[in-house]
Write a protein that binds this ligand. Structure first.
Ligand code: NAD
Length: 437
C-alpha cells in the first residue's frame, strides 16, 4: 500500500516509521524544511527511544522517505493520513483546526479517485464530516472516503504503543474506507490487536474521553495525595491497593506536580469547550482541569514552604524539566509554571534535564543550564525533582548533598525513599507521604 503521511511530529513520524516497518511504502511530508532536512541527513528532530534505528532501517530498505513536497506523494497514494498539530487555540480552549484545514486544501488538487483520507490527529467531533464536506466542494469530480483513526500512543514509549496497541480505533462510514483501513492494520491483527470500526463521531469523541479519563485519574490521585499527607497515609500504598482492583487499574495513579504534555491539557480543554457548545457541560472534567491548574501553583508554594518560607537569595537545583521522562517535549510541562513562580519569588534556578532542548531554554528564560545532576547541585540550597528520569534514581545522594549549600530535597515524583534521602543528610519532602510538608 502506498501511503502519504502529512506531519513529521511525534505522531506522524512514529506512525510513518511503524507503517513502513509493516512493509508499506510511506512518504512523510512536513512543511518544516529544517525538520525534513534533519531527517534526510539521519538526524532525529525529536527524541523518542528507538525511533532513530527504526527510521534508519526503513530508509535503507526504501520503505520511507521525507519531503516537503506533497503533490507527487498524494497523487501516488491510495491513503493520505493527516498527523498535523491541533494545538489549543489561544483564549478559548478550543482545538485549533487551521493546520488540518490547510492540509485539506493542499492535498485536494492532487487526490486520486478512490482516495482515503484519514485523520490521525486528535480532532473535535464533527471534523471528519467537515473535511468531507470541504473536499466535496473542492473535488466534486472524484469519489473518496474520510475516516478518523485517533492515535493513542504515548511519547516515550511511542513505538511499542504503536506496535502493540490495546486497540486500534477507526471511525468510518464507507466500505471503501473500511477496506483500506483494514488492510493498513492487517499486520497488527497477527498480533491480535483488535481493530474497532465505529461511527466517525464516536471515534473522535472516544479519543477526548480517553484522555479526559486518564487526566481525571491523575487529578484524583493528586487530591488523595494531599489527603494522605494530612492523615498520615502513604499515597503509593493507597494507589497500589486501589490499582490492584481490575476495575480501576494501576496506571496513571502516580501522585506528582500535575499532568502536562501536548495532549491532556489541550484535549481536556477542548472537550470542555465542545460539551459547553453542545449545552451538556462535562462538569467533572471541568473540575479535573481546575484541580490540575491549581496543583502546579500549589507545588511552587510547597517548595517555598520547604525552603523555610523564603526563596530570595536561594538557589534551587532542578532535576528534569520535561513533562515526563523519555521525551524532549516541553509542551505544558509543569516546570513552565513552577519554575517562573520560584524565580518571581527571588530564587535562582540551576537545571539539568537529559533531553532538555533549545525549546526548554527558550521557554524558561533566566535558568542556568547544567550538563549533569551533580553540576546542578553545586552550591544549591534546595534540590527539586520535577521529572522522574531513570538516571535520577541511581544518583549518589550523599555526594549531591555534599555539593550543596543547603539540605532540602523536594521530590515531587517520589523517586527516592525517605530513608535514603535522610541517610544522605537531606531534609526530605515527598508527595503524599507522611514525610511530606
Ligand atoms: P507535532 O507538533 O509534533 O507535529 C506536527 C507536525 O505537522 C509539525 O512537524 C508541522 O511542521 C507539521 N505540519 C503542520 N501543517 C502541515 C502541513 N500542512 N503539511 C505537512 N506538515 C504539516 O504534533 P504531534 O505531537 O505529533 O501531534 C499531532 C496530532 O496527534 C495532534 O492532534 C495531537 O493531539 C495528536 N496526538 C499526539 C500525541 C502525542 O503524544 N504527541 C498522541 C496522540 C495523539
Amino acid at each position: 500500500m502506498k501511503i502519504c503521511m502529512l506531519g513529521a511530529g511525534y505522531v506522524g513520524l512514529v506512525s510513518a516509521a511503524c507503517f513502513a516497518d509493516f512493509g508499506w511504502d510511506v512518504v512523510c511530508v512536513d512543511k518544516n524544511p529544517d525538520r525534513v532536512n534533519d531527517l534526510n541527513e539521519g538526524r532525529m528532530p525529536i527524541y523518542e527511544p528507538g525511533l532513530d534505528d527504526l527510521i534508519e532501517r526503513n530508509v535503507k530498505a526504501g520503505r520511507v522517505r521525507f519531503t516537503t513536497e506533497l503533490a507527487e506523494p498524494v497523487k501516488q497514494s491510495e491513503l493520505v493520513l493527516l498527523a498535523v498539530g491541533t494545538p489549543m487555540r489561544r483564549g478559548n480552549g478550543y482545538a485549533d483546526l487551521s493546520y488540518i484545514f490547510e492540509a485539506v486544501e493542499e492535498i485536494a488538487p492532487h487526490l486520486n479517485d478512490g482516495a482515503v483520507i484519514t485523520t490521525k490527529s486528535t480532532v473535535p467531533v464533527g471534523t471528519s464530516r467537515e473535511i468531507e464536506r470541504r473536499l466535496r466542494e473542492l473535488r466534486p469530480d472524484i469519489d473518496f472516503a474520510v475516516c478518523s483513526n485517533p492515535e493513542f500512543l504515548r511519547e516515550g514509549s511511542a513505538i511499542r504503543d504503536f506496535m502493540y496497541p490495546d486497540r486500534v480505533l477507526v471511525g468510518c462510514d464507507s466500505p471503501r474506507g473500511q477496506e483500506v483501513m483494514e488492510a493498513l492494520y492487517k499486520p497488527l491483527s497477527l498480533r491480535s490487536a483488535p481493530v474497532m470500526f465505529v461511527e466517525r463521531e464516536s471515534a473522535e469523541l472516544a479519543k477526548y474521553a480517553a484522555n479526559a479519563f486518564l487526566a481525571m485519574k491523575v487529578s484524583f490521585i493528586n487530591e488523595i495525595a494531599d489527603l494522605c499527607e494530612k492523615l498520615n497515609a502513604d499515597v503509593q500504598q493507597v494507589a497500589d491497593a486501589i490499582g490492584a482492583d481490575k476495575r480501576i487499574g494501576p496506571k496513571f495513579l502516580h501522585a506528582g506536580p500535575g499532568y502536562g504534555g501536548s495532549c491532556f491539557p489541550k484535549d481536556v480543554s477542548a472537550l470542555i469547550r465542545t460539551a459547553r457548545e453542545a449545552e451538556t457541560p462535562v462538569t467533572l472534567v471541568e473540575q479535573v482541569d481546575r484541580v490540575n491548574n491549581e496543583r502546579k501553583i500549589s507545588m511552587a508554594r510547597r517548595i517555598q514552604a520547604a525552603a523555610g518560607g523564603e526563596l530570595r537569595g536561594k538557589t534551587v537545583a532542578v532535576l528534569g524539566v520535561t513533562f515526563k521522562p523519555n521525551t524532549d517535549d516541553m509542551r505544558e510541562a509543569p516546570s513552565l509554571v513552577i519554575l517562573p513562580m520560584l524565580q518571581d519569588r527571588g530564587a535562582e534556578i540551576r537545571a539539568y534535564d537529559p533531553e532538555a532542548s533549545k525549546d526548554a531554554e527558550e521557554q524558561l528564560p533566566g535558568v542556568t543550564w547544567c550538563d549533569g545532576a551533580m553540576k546542578a547541585c553545586g552550591g544549591a540550597d534546595i534540590l527539586l525533582v520535577l521529572t522522574e528520569w531513570n538516571e535520577f534514581r541511581a544518583l549518589n545522594l550523599k555526594a549531591m548533598k555534599n555539593a550543596m549549600r543547603g539540605d532540602v530535597l523536594v521530590d515531587l515524583r517520589n523517586v527516592y525513599t525517605a530513608d535514603a534521602a535522610e541517610d544522605a543528610g537531606f531534609t526530605y519532602h515527598a508527595v503524599g507521604r507522611p514525610t511530606g510538608i
